[in-house]
Design a protein around this ligand. Structure first.
Ligand SMILES: *Cc1c(COP(=O)(O)O)cnc(C)c1O
Length: 429
């Protein structure tokens, strides 16, 4: 590429790149970023944007963090990758120890993979292979929630909300699962038994064919940014036990402090059988995910017909990614992250509050380091995205949702600027 000018980058991008959830030919403008540091993205024309997205939940420490950079460099000079079949290495061992010590005690086995979607694939395969292995091969369906989001590969996509996930586009290739209504009980309130009626009916009718229930605990992320009562999870665990169905928690978005607890499941003190982690696992530096399970699953599968779990990505347990994840988790735990998240919660709440009065706004809500303005109508990205950039912030709405989940290190003044820009843009709609 001859030069890194704004125009040449955009033109070369437009000629060859397909962006996520975008048209290849008439997509909206993309903005060239040339570097990032702290909570700021630097564009090719020199402008800086306050990053309200943490690169989709990931960059919890901000960008270009010295401690993170050191960890990557040290591992790079030691060993960047080695195959994981038949070999192991210190970064994977240490990361697995960290993850099993931080998550519920029953989850004592870690399966590494490359991305969140694959961690969900692994979870679903674990659930199915478990039931096959223990002599119950009829249990092949999954119950998922409306408004859920679990990733973009086929297995993961099949448990996403069927409407927003546009399941009809993929026809017969997509397995048909069962969907329960999204929980409709506020985060800070109880979950009345009436909330559980539909999913109880599904379980009582179908439990013989249901392998697992999969949910995003407490926060439904990309499927609607909805928050719900932890009490729902307590009741769901009891139901799964009663109907002998496994419970999968997808904490790919909520993990590592975003909701105010290290893991969202801690709001309810509920232990799933399988737990998916990703996104903030490496502090946004590298792609890595993990699926944890309890001994019921690991023994069931290992003592079964195959004697092995039938999965093994090429880049499984990549040492560079594992070392980065260790550094990110140690950095997080060495900081007063609960206070940072609580401060962010307060600042997001105060900054977004004026939006509640605006005609275009249906609701303003916050939880942990997440702030959401839900609009009455979907936004037009083509017009709205440049409005944020002009105001010096990076916010990427989807549908009716204008939301922020900043890096935990964002200072009060930057949060104020970020939220002011969000309110201002929404006021123009
Ligand atoms: C992002 C996300 C995924 C998918 O992760 P990828 O790394 O994008 O494959 C799965 N589940 C949840 C809850 C997510 O937020």
């Amino acid at each position: 590429m001859p030069e890194l000018s704004w125009q040449s980058l955009q033109a070369a991008d437009r000629a060859a790149i397909w962006h996520p959830y975008a048209s290849a030919h008439d997509g909206p403008e993309v903005f060239p970023v040339v570097s990032a540091s702290g909570v700021r993205l630097r564009l090719a024309d020199g402008r800086e944007l306050i990053d309200g997205m943490a690169s989709w939940w990931c960059a919890i420490h901000g960008y270009n963090h010295p401690a993170m950079n050191r960890a990557v460099q040290a591992q790079l000079e030691t060993m960047s990758h080695v195959m994981f079949g038949g070999l192991t290495h210190p970064p994977a061992v240490k990361l697995a120890q960290l993850l099993t010590s931080l998550t519920p005690a029953s989850l004592d086995r870690v399966f590494f993979s490359d991305s969140g979607s694959v961690a969900v694939e692994v979870a679903l395969k674990m659930a199915l292979q478990y039931w096959y292995s223990v002599g119950n091969p009829g249990k092949q369906k999954v119950i998922a929630l409306r408004n859920g989001y679990h990733g973009d590969t086929f297995g993961a996509m099949a448990v996403c909300d069927p409407v927003t996930g546009m399941h009809h586009l993929f026809g017969e290739m997509l397995p048909r699962h069962l969907f329960a209504p999204a929980p409709n009980c506020a985060f800070d309130g109880p979950c009345p038994d009436s909330e559980m009626v539909a999913i109880t009916d599904l379980l009582s009718q179908h439990h013989r064919e249901v392998a697992a229930v999969i949910v995003e605990p407490v926060v439904q992320g990309a499927g609607g940014m909805r928050f719900y009562s932890p009490d729902y999870l307590v009741k769901l665990r009891a139901l799964c036990d009663a109907f002998d169905v496994l419970l999968i928690f997808d904490e790919i978005a909520t993990g590592f402090g975003r909701t105010g607890k290290l893991f969202a499941l801690q709001h309810a003190a509920v232990e799933p059988d399988i737990l998916c982690l990703g996104k903030a696992l490496t502090g946004g530096y590298m792609t890595l995910a993990a699926t944890l399970c309890n001994q019921r699953i690991s023994r069931g599968i290992s003592d079964g017909e195959a004697g092995a779990f039938m999965h093994g990505p090429t880049f499984m347990g990549n040492p560079l990614a594992c070392a980065t994840a260790i550094a990110s988790i140690e950095l997080l735990l060495s900081q007063p992250w609960q206070r940072q998240v609580a401060n962010l919660n307060k600042a997001l709440g105060e900054g977004l509050a004026p939006a509640a009065e605006l005609p275009a706004v249906a609701q303003v809500r916050t939880l942990g380091a997440i702030g959401v303005i839900e609009l009455e109508e979907p936004v037009d990205m083509q017009t709205v995205q440049p409005m944020f950039v002009e105001r010096g912030v990076w916010v990427r709405p989807f549908g009716k949702l204008v939301y922020a989940m900043p890096p935990y290190v964002m200072g009060t003044e930057d949060v104020a600027a970020l939220t002011a820009a969000m309110v201002d843009v929404v006021a123009q709609l």
